[in-house]
Design a protein around this ligand. Sequence first.
Ligand code: ADP
Length: 610
Amino acid sequence: MKLNLTKIRSMRTVTKIYAEKSSVILSAVIILFCCALAVISYNNSSSALYGSICESLENRAIDNSRFLSQVFGEKLRELEMLASDPDIQSMNWEKQQRDLFIQVDRLKVKRFQIINKDGLLHSSNGTVVDVSDREYFAKAMAGVSNITNVFRSRIDHSMVIVCATPIRDEHNNVVGVLSDTIDYYELSKILEEIHVGKKGYAFLIDEEGATVAHPEKDKILSKETSLINMSKNPEYKELSNLEERMIKGETGFGFYSYNDVKKFMAYTAVPNTHWFLALTVPKNEVFNKIESLRYRFIIVTTVFVLGAIMFCYHILHFISEKQKVRDLQRSADENYKQLLEVTEMDQMKTEFFSNISHEFRTPLNVILGALQLFELYITNKKPVKMEDIVKRIKTMRQNCLRLLRLVNNLIDTTRIDSGYSDINFQDDNIVQVVEDITLSVADYIKQKNIEIIFDTEIEEKVMAFDHDKVERIMLNLLANATKFTSEGGQIFVNISDKGEQIEISIKDTGIGIPEDQLDTIFERFRQVDKSLTRRHEGSGIGLSLSKSLIEMHKGKISVKSELGKGSEFIILLPVKLLDNGEKNSEMNTKQINKYSRIETIHTEFSDIYM
Ligand code: ADP
């Protein structure tokens, strides 16, 4: 019992450790899973945000480049309109000059110029210079309106942009060129209007990679910021790479570092011009949303993980506390149960000793009483009736047999308990053996005015069993049936064939057994009526001994009973035959048994006074 409890406890500890371990693993898995989810959602949202920021900046670059192209397109269209004026077409400078003065005022431009076929330029402010080598003049003479890049004017040496358009006569022949000079700062002013975040700005570069417009004026047309110079400096490598892509006419975005500031840039070409527009903004300004998202993510995840760890810790603590309480409760229950068992055992032992003493004392008293009487007969020398002596001797004999039965039962029980009891299997007809035993006690039973009826389904069933032990079992059950059945009652012994088993039933119409005692009567020292003044003799060993003997045959015994109506004990024995090697040649064993049976019957029925 101790061993079992230790085993159960260690199993419980293992189960508990296992349960705690699995809870810790489960919690860790949940935390990791949530962290993984958070990382995935952070990545998704940051890349979505990143994508949308890049896309929106690129779109702004495209929109602004279209706007710039529109502004200069508009200027060209106005110039073309002016070129179709008859005064301008006349190529008469006086007429043209008058007209141009009016238009300079109206359109608020720096100045207009008329260039004749030979490339001689007359400015609205009166200056005359030769521009025959200028590309814009050649293009316009070829009939193409065009806008120049920024260059230094020959009139006032300032940085200008020129829009030029051909002047045609009534036959549509190009007779001269009308041009409009725009201060390049005007371009910068347009770009200043483009706001990119707080610190961002727009700039323009030309086909050579020279800065054409920039919020920092010193950078405009500066050699330092030219693409050739920048590409030589490893510090500006990223920017020069991006500008190279720009002047190829690509639209896109990228990152670069300038004076240790990481910047983000979206770029595109300005249609119908020589320029390429870039919108640039410090990276942290654009991505501060993502950055703040990251910090928020780190804080939330940390708080969540800490919370989850604390939660799991409390849950585990709670579980282990609960488990401890449960374990304590369970061990208290077990201890209480053990205490009850020990107390009950102790009580049973006390009862047994008191019963057994009674069992020993009663026959001994009877024998002593008879002996005293004999002594009296001898000392008084009175004449004694022979009948009396015989009667006393009979009583003494019966009580000696009761003592013998008691001692036999105690010895057998101890032997079985200590494993010293052998079983002597013999192949024989069990039906015949049971019938013989029943018939041999029939006279005893009839003397008590009880009817005994033997019935069988089969006449013969040869199987292996121990004669002596079956006899002990049958005699014990028949003696009990006789003991607990009153005069006029009946005892039935039935045998039925159950195939692989044989069933022997001993049924009586006696006092019956209370339902709540049916489970315990096979336990040793159990008696239904435990009082010392009980009506029936007995030690409470018989049924437990019979059960042990049946179990030695690998059989079973059960009981059905109804209080006041009777009881039925059912024995099931397995039908088996001995192997040839096991067969015993002692054929006279049966014979010896027959002789000894009468003695055994006397012993087994010694409790019953006739
Ligand atoms: P005992 O020597 O006391 O008869 P047993 O172990 O043979 O011991 O029986 C245990 C108890 O079972 C008996 O004391 C009795 O109370 C009950 N019992 C056994 N057989 C019968 C029966 N046929 N009818 C009623 N009670 C029975």
